[in-house]
Design a protein around this ligand. Structure first.
Ligand code: FE2
Ligand code: FE2
Length: 207
């Protein structure tokens, strides 16, 4: 992904329409309220997916969520594991809901090459640039926050909760490790984690 890459307005609109339709298609009680909250109280459809890594541009978060959806659909279609359509939709499209109202645009002085100063010396060239930065007003964790936002509106199954809560993988170096223990119970934990990595590191190639 080039730093200056953008997602066209029509694609942002189409992604929003697709995510809206898929979430509503689950018929999960409370889903209409959750979708309405996402559309009216958050920047889900315009937020970037990261500050400078993958899809660091307007509409990046929605596009990343759809990329993870496509990859998990492929894994299930290939026969690798079984997950219901609703579980695929809910876990992939909402796994990074914690990133809503989280990224802000800020002017920052960044180093861009060098220049020759008035004394003929080569010095760093500082320029003012608009960049994405993080402003976390509810710092309760990543998967944890997604689960909290989702469960404020709908009920997740145990499997869906484990998949979203642990989609970033293990953060322990020893035993007991909730990631590997949950993965033994729910293979979807592994599948969404790898789909997330494949999206960020392969599909949304880093610049
Ligand atoms: Fe994530
Ligand atoms: Fe993600």
């Amino acid at each position: 992904m080039e730093e200056n890459e953008t997602i066209r307005a029509e694609e942002i609109r189409a992604n929003k329409e697709k995510i809206h339709q898929l979430l509503i298609s689950t018929g999960r009680p409370g889903m209409e309220r959750l979708v309405d909250w996402m559309e009216t109280k958050t920047d889900f459809y315009t937020a970037p997916a990261s500050t400078k890594y993958h899809l660091a541009c307007e509409g990046g978060l929605a596009k990343h969520s759809l990329n993870v959806y496509d990859l998990l659909v492929q894994k299930v279609s290939s026969g690798l594991l079984r997950l219901s359509d609703d579980t695929i939709i809910i876990t992939t499209l909402l796994h990074d809901l914690c990133k809503v109202n989280f990224y802000v645009r800020e002017s920052k002085n960044v180093k861009e090459g060098t220049k020759i100063n008035a004394y003929g010396k080569e010095v760093a060239n500082w320029v003012e640039k608009e960049v994405w930065t993080v402003k976390d007003s509810f710092p309760v964790g990543h998967g944890e926050k997604s689960c909290y936002y989702i469960q404020s509106h709908i009920r997740l199954t145990d499997e869906e909760y484990a998949m979203i809560r642990l989609h970033m993988g293990s953060d322990r170096n020893g035993y007991p490790d909730p990631f590997s223990e949950s993965a033994a119970l729910f293979p979807g934990v592994i599948a969404i984690h790898t789909a997330d990595l494949e999206s960020a590191y392969i599909v949304e190639t880093r610049g």
